[in-house]
Design a protein. Structure first.
Length: 151
């Protein structure tokens, strides 16, 4: 089982798409372990996106990510890191396939609705950046055998 960090960016809240996007992750069969609404301080977003420091879009990205509340969440599932990025679609929504979140619901790279960790190392780094250990629930699902054949 893998864990990942999913953030619904400020445009998701402004556009009233929180329920729609969370629903896609739940319906896929992923398990929610942590969820909260955060108005992130600039330093938190800068740490989160430190790999992009110096890129032309960096300032705009940090402004966008601090422009309003974000839904921060932790999810668990088989191959969830690559699978959740497939659910999101390409970074640039104009290139994202129909059926994906960005392909269906967004048009621009600077307003692409959702973040999902891109590797196991980054997932653990981002989870610990955004969540305290006590905010994550390790609960067992009664329908687990109907989603994952072996546990
Ligand atoms: N971004 C942008 N312009 C670009 C590339 C990226 O505004 O040309 C933003 C976009 O919000 C993206 C985020 O920076 O989601 C992080 O970029 P990354 O390449 O890590 O894409 P992701 O992992 O989010 O698909």
């Amino acid at each position: 089982m893998e864990r990942t960090f999913i953030a619904l960016k400020p445009d998701t809240l402004q556009r009233g798409l929180v329920g729609d996007i969370i629903n896609r992750f739940e319906k896929k069969g992923f398990q929610l372990l942590g969820l909260k609404l955060v108005q992130p301080p600039r330093e938190l977003v800068e740490k989160h996106y430190e790999e992009h420091l110096g890129r032309p879009f960096y300032e705009g990205l940090v402004n966008y990510m601090t422009s309003g509340p974000i839904v921060a969440s932790v999810w668990q599932g088989k191959n969830i890191i690559s699978s959740s990025r497939s659910l999101l679609g390409a970074t640039d929504p104009s290139k994202a396939a129909p059926g994906t979140i960005r392909g269906d619901l967004a048009t621009q790279v600077g307003r692409n609705l959702v973040h999902a960790s891109d590797s196991p190392v980054n997932a653990e780094r981002e989870i610990s950046l955004w969540f305290a250990a006590k905010e994550i629930q390790n609960w067992s699902r009664s329908l687990e055998p109907w989603i994952n054949e072996e546990n």
